[in-house]
Each structure stands twice: as structure tokens, then as C-alpha cells.
Design a protein around this ligand. Sequence first.
Ligand code: BG6
Length: 545
Amino acid sequence: MRAESVSRISRNAATGPAAGGGLLRHLRLQEGARAMTEATETTGSAAAAPLTPCVLVIFGASGDLAARMLLPALYNLAAERLFPDAFAVIGLATKEIDLAAFRDGLGRAVRERLGDAFSPEAWAALARRLYFVAGDLRAPETYQRLQARLGEVAAAHAIGGSALFYLSTPPSLFGEVVRRLGEAGLTREDGATWRRVVIEKPFGHDLESARALNREIAAVLTEGQTYRIDHYLGKETVQNILIFRFANGIFEPVWNRRYVDHVQITVAEQLGVEHRGRYYEEAGALRDMVPNHLLQLLSLIAMEPPSSFDPEAVRNEKGKVLAGIQPMSPEEVLGRTVRGQYGAGAMPDGAAAAAYRSEPYVGADSAVETFAAAKLLIDNWRWADVPFYLRTGKRLPVRTTQIVIQFKRVPFSPFRQTPVDRLRPNRLILRLQPDEGISLRFSAKVPGAAVRIGTVNMDFCYSDYFGSQPSTGYETLLYDAINGDATLFQRADSVEQGWNVVTPILDVWRALPPRAFPNYAAGTWGPDEADQLLARDDRAWNNEA
Ligand code: BG6
């Protein structure tokens, strides 16, 4: 059954339009890869292009991100046979570690992440391409050692001179590492040889610092060499927003202020801050999630159709939406935003959850928010007066990332003065994780003699159609960065636009410390004020996962 649908997809892919840029090319990759891994009997499918030969250098290789995300993603790419022979990885970290121990440690982490999908043979093929360099990232000698190692590794694997530097370091080091890479001549491109730098989040901590970091980077790298990552854009279902909107004719005509009542974007997490208290005390929910992930989702939902899926065409349209978000005055911040911090509580499975202030590395009187909600308005013809309600929080009752497009009520109800007078409006829900799918809520007659109207859902579930793929979301991003496709990365201007929206909120929150923290119990949907934010507009959050 699955093989049939895969071969159908592959055929469509093979006969699709001529190669465009970014996303379109990536779509073919996914389909081709799926055909290779799930339905090897399918022939003539669009095969995925292998990665361009290069050395990937991971700064911060002993960190959490490398073990939990980057190496598992590399493993998945290797398992899909997307690596050419000419490919290797150098991990860089402060503490010296013997190469065998480095490889073993990462092997264990990947096995843990992938569970049954782990194959020791596939790992061995990747592990023999892993190398290690130790050094202080602030010391010029480190970069000289890296330079030498890069040369040796490139020669051993016949790679040539291209390299991707992935900065998975503390954010305070981003500027310095880029500067030192430049000073050591490591960012110099030569003929067909390319050098690119991937920069993790958070990119700055407010508008001013983001601008300063952009300037620091621009002194060393061209914008074309700079890949600012937002891992949300690597998620299949996030990319599908564009396909859903622009490859289907039926939604676009109603995708505007005439038919849409409001939009809700929720990123709810069950986890608390875990061992990340030190980082989180500096960041808080707003900085951690909104200028990047939530605003990226908003821009995909609200953007105009791009003229092509070329990286610049897509990023230009997203940028216009971000630039159109009304910046808030201090009074508006008070009326249109909500912050919260979790206290002790119980999660739905009954497990007790400690208060944020009792988490490791968190101050006993911390004023940092673990929940943020805001009502944003976009100044353009498509969206004028349509509120976009955003919320994100830790220790909420369920893990869900979803976007709700709520449509306007019918203009005239023939059911007035009957028990079915109050019809529930149509809702389109894009469920991005964990149970990926799309559902449309509409009214239907409940069978029987009396006229009763029920609300029903038309549901599409990704895994029913496409199976589930082992994926961290970083596969796509690594693949694209290595192959030079920047569509899914943030440009300098869009990062600044994100901070432009959030900085006025941060300023007011800093000036007026919260009075009632903690103001929601772990395992609940955040502070009451978040519900009131919508209730004041006669609306309510969708709390169904
Ligand atoms: C990260 C944040 O960017 O995204 C984390 O720093 C958050 O605090 C995470 O937990 C959520 O990502 P995902 O992919 O689990 O939704």
C-alpha cells in the first residue's frame, strides 16, 4: 500500500516542473529519498542529489545540540546515502578528547536518539569520517590548528577546499568565532571552492545586539556565506505550509481579512526548562521562541505568494510580512501581551512538576517568563484588523505546535431563534507537531427528525499517507546549507525585523517587573490573562491538541 503511494508520489515528482530554486529542489529530494529508503523496488524516481563534497566543522562538538540533533541528522543523511565519498566532519571543542572516545560518545548519543532505526553499519560509515580538534575558541592558535587539520582531512578524503562551519557555541561567541575564522583566512573562497558559516540561535538578545552581530558578521562574510538557522524551518510540516497554501487553488481565495476572523499560533511544550536554566534565565520564553520560531510561522501563514520558490523570492515575501507587523506602543504592550511563569503543579500523567524557581540554575525570585502571549496586527491590505494571537510556554498540559485559521461566521444565520442559533465558526487547523496533520472543522446535521447541528472534523494525518520518517528537522537544513540553498535560513533583515517586533515588549516587561509570578501551575494552559486576551475580543484559544 505504502509502496504504491510512494511510487505515485515519485512519478509526480519526476514529471514536475523544471528545477526551481530552494524549496522545490528540496521537495524532490524528500520524495526521492523516500523512494530510496521505503520502496527500493520503485524505479525511475527522482533520485536525491548527493551532497556537495566538503568538510563540515562543528564548533561546540561536545555540546547538547551536536549529540541530540546534528549527529543524528548526519546519520540520517548518511543512511539515505546522500554523502559523497568526499565528505568529512571535524568536531571542535574546548576539552581534549581522544578520537576513539569522541566517536564512541557520539555513536552512543545517536543510538539513543534513533532507537530501533540505528544501524551499527551505517554509523560505522559515518564514524570513520569524524575527526576532532581541541582548542579555546578565543585563541588564534586554535584556528591555526583547525586550518592544518582541515587540510589533512580534506586530502585524506579527496575533498577539495569547501567547508561549512557550524557554530553550535554559546551565542556570546558567535561574533568572535566568525572574526577569528576570517583572521585565519578560513572564510576565503576561491574559484569553485566555497566557505559558509551556519549560525545557531539566539541571534542577538534584542534589536540593537542583533544589528551589532549582523555588522560584525558582515565585516567578514558576505550575506551569501551566512546561514542563520531556525530549526522550525527544517520541519516537514512547516515547509508544507507553503505547499498547502500555494499548490492548492481552493484556500488562497479565502486566505484574507474578508473571510478570516483571526489566526492563532500555539507552540506549547510539556517540558520545563530542564538543565537549561542558565541560558533560560538570560532568555525567557519571549526571546527564546517568538522572534524566531513563532514569527517564522506567522510569516509563512501571512506572506503573499512568491513569484517562484527561489530563495530570495520567498525570503522577500516573508520579510514584507514581518516589516508590516505593527510595533506596539508601551500602552499596547500592556493591553496586548501576557507573560507567565509556572509554579509547582502536576502534569496530565499525574507526575509532579517543580516550580520554575526551583529548577537548577534558576534564581529563587526569578522574574523570567516561561509563558508569553501576544496579539499582533499586520498592516497590509490582506490582513488589516485580523488579529494574530501567538502563545508559547513551558510546562503546559500538552506538547503541540499548531496554527488555527478561524473563519468568520456565516453572514446570516437561517437558524436564528432555534436551538442551533449559535453556530461554531469554521476552523482550519494545521498541526505541525507532534501528531502532524491538517483538519477542517465544519458544521453538519446530526441525523434525526429534529434539526440539530454538530461540529465535525475532516482530518488529514501525515503518517497515514507518507509513513513516518526518522528526522530531526536538521537534515534538511544541513543538506541545504551544504548545497548552497538559503531559502530556509534567515536573512539579516528578517532577523532584525523579528527583534523589531519583540524589543518594545521586552522594554516594557523589563521596566515593569511582574508582580504575581508564579502565575500558572505547571500542567495548565498558562495564566488566566492569556484567556482574557482572547475573551476580551469574544474569542477563545483552541486547547485541543
Ligand atoms: C528551541 C528553544 O529553539 O526550541 C527551546 O530554545 C525549545 O526552549 C525548542 O524547547 C522547541 O523546539 P521543538 O522542535 O521541540 O518544538
